[in-house]
Design a protein around this ligand. Structure first.
Ligand code: OAD
Length: 277
């Protein structure tokens, strides 16, 4: 075992709290493109719009029929993907730690929940593209994407019946994908903003997996955890702001490589290492 992991093992053995923060990298080995990698959604772009323009309330409010196909296309990729060994490892960690475990994920693919992490302990801070809500906020409810909605190809369009199927069941306005857009803010009700900050305050160990650290709330979580003296482990094939943060603190560990290779072994160490001691 890497001796540098001692603070993490001690944390678990002593009843400490563990926060795990995941990004697109953990789902890369399930075949879901990341955002900023070579084939990433933000890198490749779509035919008429740069995706960063599509992923906005400004665009949806003018052209919902153009924004929906892109999310339905991405949803089909996620629906066809399977959770991988990295996701499975986090299910084992939650089973071991129970209410001492919280998973904060930026991923909208729903794979953590499908793998078996609980809804209660998984904060989907950027939403989930398998769900939709009223675009006019007539109510807080969320619904699944209805049966019968088409699956557009990349840069495809909605089928004729789709707009009616994608109406709000309550007020008949458009529904929208339950995802946080670039021109929107985090909040507690939909995206667990304050809860995530609280988790950072209470964490004794923060494990960061597969994120480039380009969004605001995850960076705050990392900064708070570091300031409060938590141990930090970063798992990523490339250097990123969290690996730099981990390098700056005494109980930080950088594990360079893919989530699927590193996370199962790390979780074994954390569970069995703390049992053995
Ligand atoms: P990015 O695409 O920005 O970064 C993916 C990270 O995963 C990079 O640091 C890669 O090095 C790393 N990575 C790639 N393959 C990996 C593997 N097999 N194992 C571990 N790590 C791997 O994706 P995110 O950081 O998740 O927000 O992006 C954050 C947010 O930016 C997204 O949630 C999305 C986007 O705008 C919204 O849509 C609101």
């Amino acid at each position: 075992m890497n001796e540098n992991l001692r603070p993490a093992l001690d944390t678990i053995r002593n009843g400490g709290r563990v926060a795990v923060l995941t990004g697109a990298g953990i789902s890369a080995e399930s075949g879901i493109p990341t955002f900023r990698g070579q084939d990433g959604y933000w890198t490749v772009g779509s035919r008429e719009y740069h995706p960063q323009e599509l992923a906005t309330w400004a665009m949806f409010s003018r052209h919902p029929e153009r924004v929906w196909p892109w999310y339905l296309y991405r949803r089909s990729i996620c629906a066809n993907a399977q959770p991988n060994v990295g996701h499975d490892a986090l299910v084992r960690l939650e089973k071991h730690l129970r209410d001492r475990f919280t998973l904060i994920t930026q991923n909208v693919d729903g794979l953590h929940i499908r793998a078996g992490n609980s809804l209660e302990r998984t904060y989907e801070i950027h939403g989930n593209l398998h769900r939709r809500r009223c675009a006019e906020s007539c109510c807080p409810e969320q619904w699944a994407i209805p049966e019968g909605v088409s699956t557009p190809k990349r840069n495809g369009t909605l089928a004729n019946d789709d707009p009616a199927l994608l109406r709000c069941p309550r007020c008949d306005a458009w529904t929208r994908p339950h995802v946080l857009w670039f021109d929107e803010c985090y909040d507690e009700e939909k995206y667990r903003y304050e809860s995530s900050l609280n988790v950072a305050v209470q964490a004794d160990l923060l494990i960061v997996v597969g994120t480039s650290g380009a969004t605001n709330l995850p960076m705050q979580v990392g900064a708070i955890a570091a300031r409060r003296g938590a141990a930090i482990i970063d798992i990523n094939p490339t250097e990123n702001p969290f690996s730099q943060l981990a390098q700056r603190i005494p109980s930080g560990v950088v594990l360079t490589g893919s989530a699927g290779t590193i996370l199962p072994t790390l979780v074994d160490h954390l569970i069995h290492g703390s049992d053995d001691a």
